[in-house]
Design a protein around this ligand. Structure first.
Ligand code: COA
Length: 246
């Protein structure tokens, strides 16, 4: 869902009945939102949020079962590229759960605010998969290698307080304040000289964009291969069967 608040475009991930699990059309819509934001002078900042009980539970597992070889122009890849190439600042407001790409997309955002009840998770290895969205490069750069290995290899859920300690997010706020706080920061950014903000963002990310794009390509090959492996497919089926039987 898109909405405008002054010069802030809010993209809300909204599929609450499935914990905001992401379908191809949702990636496409978000990629279009980001590109639209970059091209439109009425938009200075993009804020990404979920619903209050969940940011997103990550990629839809049904989609993992049915997707074949992931091509360069597949919707999740288009979305990751749009994130990596975004010129306008992106603020994230997260609450509840941020799983899989719900966490890796944050590594591309500029400011991230979480509610105190928020948990993040990079469950790729547990699902028989590997890191995506440039996270195998970005996370070690942000946290150092051993912390990145802890989060990406063990794949445990971790609280927002730990994400802040590891330098992955900016602030942890009470549940009833996180969204307003994030929106205030987004509006403050939007009120600053836009060319200066965009230039500063470009300079901060200078040298990183190409490496991230290349990393995403390498990750995609491995991710695609693992996605179709019997090991990963059995894990997805177990998740879906458990749901059917419960
Ligand atoms: N893909 C597809 N469906 C999902 C989903 C996902 N990533 N996450 C949640 N759902 C669905 C559930 O199947 C359930 O559907 P149903 O009501 O038709 O049974 C509904 O959303 C509600 O989720 P539920 O599991 O009942 O809620 P919960 O609070 O018990 O658990 C999660 C929430 C997010 C912890 C759990 O759903 C989960 O582990 N999801 C998978 C997360 C994941 O591995 N994502 C992939 C990242 S790469």
């Amino acid at each position: 869902k898109y909405s405008m608040d002054g010069k802030v475009m809010v993209i809300e991930i909204h599929r609450p009945e499935k914990k905001n699990a992401l379908l191809p059309g949702m990636y496409t819509a978000m990629a279009e939102g980001l590109r639209h934001g970059d091209c439109n002078d009425d938009i200075n900042v993009i804020l990404i949020r979920g619903t209050d009980d969940c940011f997103t539970s990550g990629n839809d597992i049904n989609d993992f079962v049915s997707s074949g070889q992931l091509e360069d122009e597949a919707p999740p890849i288009t979305f990751m590229n749009a994130l990596n190439e975004a010129r306008k600042p992106i603020v994230a407001a997260i609450s509840g759960l941020a799983i899989g790409i719900g966490t890796t997309l944050l590594f591309h955002c500029d400011l991230i605010y979480a509610s105190e009840n928020c948990f993040l998770q990079l469950p790729f290895s547990r699902l028989g998969l590997c890191p995506e969205a440039g996270s195998s490069y970005l996370l070690p750069k942000m946290t150092g290698q051993v912390r990145a290995a802890e989060l990406l290899l063990l794949g445990d859920r971790f609280p927002a307080s730990k994400a802040k300690e590891y330098g992955i997010i900016n602030e942890v706020l009470p549940q009833d304040e996180y969204l307003e706080y994030a929106l205030d920061k987004a509006k403050a950014l939007a009120a600053l000289p836009s060319q200066a903000i965009q230039t500063s963002k470009r300079l901060i990310k200078r040298g990183q964009q190409n490496v991230v794009a290349e990393t995403m390509k390498v990750e995609l090959d491995d991710f695609s291969r693992l996605l179709q492996s019997p090991e990963a497919q059995a894990i997805f089926q177990a998740f879906l069967n458990k749901k059917k039987n419960s």
